[in-house]
Each structure stands twice: as C-alpha cells, then as structure tokens.
Design a protein around this ligand. Structure first.
Ligand code: NAD
Length: 366
C-alpha cells in the first residue's frame, strides 16, 4: 500500500506521510538529513521495539551519517525540563551541528520533548517526527507545538517549531497498548466535534472495525484527522485565532492533568487522551448550560467516546476550586476571564471568551 500524503503549507511547509513500513524506509528518512548528525530520541517502551529498525534504515541509506540514540523513561512524568536538558546534552555530546536532525520516535511525550530540544539546540535544528501512538499520529506530531510540563501546569514551557517531516508508520499501532489506542481516538473524535460532523457519523459506523485495528480504516481515520489539523495550522500557525479550536475539551483536560499531578505526579490517573475525552463531555455540557447547544449533541458525543473505551466522568476526589485555578493559568485564558472552546452543535465549535466562573463550577459539580 502506498503511503498517504498530506502537505502542510505555510512559511515552513512539510509533508506528512501515513502508511505501513515507513520506519524502514531509510531512503525517505535519510532524505530529511541535511548534514551528518542524526539523534534518534525515544522512550524506553518504544525504543526496544523500533529504534534498531530506524537506526539500521538510516545507516543503510546514508553510510556516512553519524547516528546516536537517546532514550528516556516512558510516560508523561518524563516531559520535564530535566529530560529536556538531557536531550540537549546528548546533542552536545554527539557534536551535533546546525544541520543535524532529531528523529523523535514515539508518542506525544517523545515528540513534544525531542521537538522542544530541536527547537532550542543552536536556536533550532531539524526535527523529523516519527509518531508511534495513534494520538501522536493524529495530533501531536503535526503543527509544530513542542513543550515540557512544570508543576504549575502542562506544556507551560515550549516553542513553536514545525517538523521537517512526519512519517506515521501505521504498523507501529499493532504494538500500542489498547488503552493508548483508545486515548488516540479522543483526539480523532475531537476533529469531528469541532469541524466535521460527518466524521462523527463515520466513526460511529466503524467503531468496531477501528478498535479491531483494521489497517485501511485506521489509515483513513489518521489521514482525515491530519488533513483537518494541517488545514487549521496552515491558516493559523501560532494560534492567534482558529487554531484554538483544536483545544476543544483541553482547558478542562489540562486542569484535570495538572491537578492529578499536584498529588501523584504527571502521568498518574487518567492519561492525556482520557482527560481530553472527559474535557470534551464537560465542554459540551458547558455549551448547553450557556444555551449554545442541544443536550442531545453532548449525549451523542459522550456515547461515542464511551464506545471507544474512553472515560466520560470526572475522576473522583479532584478539588473543583483547584481545577478552576488551573484553568485561570491555562494558555487559552486571557486577561478577561476564562476562555473556552465550545460548540453550537456537532462540527461547529467556536471560541467563547469571558465565561462566567460560576457556570463553569456548576458544570464541574454536575
Ligand atoms: P505517550 O507518548 O506517553 O505514549 C503513550 C504510551 O504508549 C507510552 O508509554 C509509550 O511508550 C507507549 N507507546 C507509544 N507508541 C507505542 C507503540 N507503537 N507500541 C508500544 N507502546 C507505545 O502519550 P501520547 O498519548 O502519545 O501523547 C500524549 C502527549 O502528547 C501529552 O504530553 C500531550 O500533552 C501531548 N500532545 C501534544 C500535542 C501537540 O500539539 N504538541 C497535541 C496533543 C497531545
């Protein structure tokens, strides 16, 4: 099967390729390497499965290349300034020059961390995203947002640094744990919720086959998701407007993740995709509470998320006032009160500023 190709335009254009076997396509991977230095960054769950494959493919295609590997422990708890520094030190030890390339091989945590290091090393070197989780394939590898977490909040330190290319090898999804596959579907469903109601119909019709890893359907879902993200980030690369729609459910999600982290550390409790699922249900409820959308739309969204194995209820025991405080620090918040991405109906989301905190609190309590 040939790879599906999506072009992302704008000031720094790049190509997303989606298909089986891309991690073994040394010619394609090496064609992105301008100089001689390549650093493959991965986590300790993905590395044993795929690093050797990528290393070998690159070495075969570019015999003169100097290829090194940097691996850190898997999980959100690793998306730290300390691990960022460790990638920087690995680049320094490797003698990486300005034409070096970081190959970010893994889920969204690897992509965000390695991408941020690439953004900073010598004020910015190439980063090729090699997403291996569904979430990374449909969302985090595209669009150039890179970041690490700090105790005060998720993704608070980062940079916009578009990748040089994205290669999503769909065969990697076969080793992805089911819980992580489900988490990726939260972001897939998000595209339907914000801009493509027909995609929600399609996802409803194909739930079982998608969850059974039907290769062709998964490729369709990834390509349709990436096409939506590519179109939005091309029009608004720095999130001055429309790009914020991609954060549907995320103001709640990041507050939940940050509050969980305050007690148990990042990566405890619900994961990012699960938090987004819960956040989207809350965003739909808040939309209804503000008279924007029918309750039935929210119920349908909730059922679809559940069908994809995702949680739809707030984790028990979270301090709701603390969640509100996190939302005030959210990057989507501005000087004038809380700002949310809400919807008028499926496929029609918009930015709503100045949302009354009392209504938000009532939504959380409900
Ligand atoms: P993750 O990177 O932690 O991956 C989830 C787990 O799956 C990890 O344990 C990982 O080792 C494992 N894994 C990944 N691919 C695998 C494979 N093929 N086989 C076996 N195991 C595999 O989490 P994620 O859900 O991929 O990404 C979440 C992160 O992405 C969060 O930090 C979130 O903030 C970030 N994110 C960023 C953007 C962006 O635009 N930059 C967008 C959405 C999410």
């Amino acid at each position: 099967m040939n790879a599906r190709v999506i072009e992302v335009g704008g000031a720094a254009p790049y190509r997303i390729q989606i298909g089986p076997g891309l991690l073994e396509d040394g010619t394609a991977l090496a064609s992105m390497l301008r100089g001689r230095h390549a650093l493959i960054v991965s986590d300790d769950q993905v590395a044993p499965l795929y690093v050797q494959r990528v290393h070998q493919a690159l070495a075969n295609a570019r015999p003169g290349a100097r290829i090194a590997t940097h691996v850190f422990p898997a999980g959100e708890a690793s998306k730290t300034l300390e691990n960022f520094s460790a990638v920087i030190e690995a680049l320094a030890a490797h003698g990486a020059t300005r034409d070096a390339c970081v190959y970010a091989l893994g889920g969204g945590v690897v992509g965000d961390l390695a991408g941020f290091a690439a953004a900073c090393w010598m004020r910015g070197i190439d980063c090729v995203q090699l997403p291996t989780s569904l979430l990374a394939m449909v969302d985090s590898s595209v669009g150039g947002k890179t970041a690490v977490d700090i105790p005060q909040g998720k993704n608070l330190v980062g940079a916009f640094h578009p990748p040089r290319a994205v290669f999503a090898d769909t065969t990697a999804l076969r080793t992805l744990p089911p819980r992580e596959l489900h988490a990726g579907f939260a972001e897939v469903i998000k595209y339907g919720a914000i801009v493509d109601a027909g995609f929600l119909d399609w996802l409803e019709a194909n739930t079982d086959k998608l969850l059974a890893n039907d290769d062709a359907l998964l490729t369709d879902a990834i390509a349709r998701s990436c096409a939506h993200k590519a179109a939005i980030v091309e029009r608004d690369p720095f999130e001055h407007g429309e790009r914020a729609l991609l954060n549907f459910g995320h103001t709640f999600a990041h507050a939940i993740e940050t509050e969980q982290a305050a007690f148990f550390g990042y990566g405890s409790g619900v994961n990012h995709g699960e938090a987004v699922a819960i956040g989207m249900v809350l965003a739909a409820k808040l939309s209804s509470a503000l008279g924007m959308a029918d309750v039935a739309d929210g119920e349908r969204l909730r059922s679809l998320l559940q069908a994809f194995g995702l949680p739809v209820e707030m984790p028990v025991g979270l301090d709701l006032l603390a969640l509100l405080a996190h939302m005030r620090l959210d990057k989507k918040a501005q000087g004038s009160g809380l700002r949310f991405i809400l919807w008028d109906r499926a496929g029609a989301a918009r930015i709503v500023a100045g949302v009354d905190e009392a209504v938000v609190l009532a939504t959380l309590q409900a």
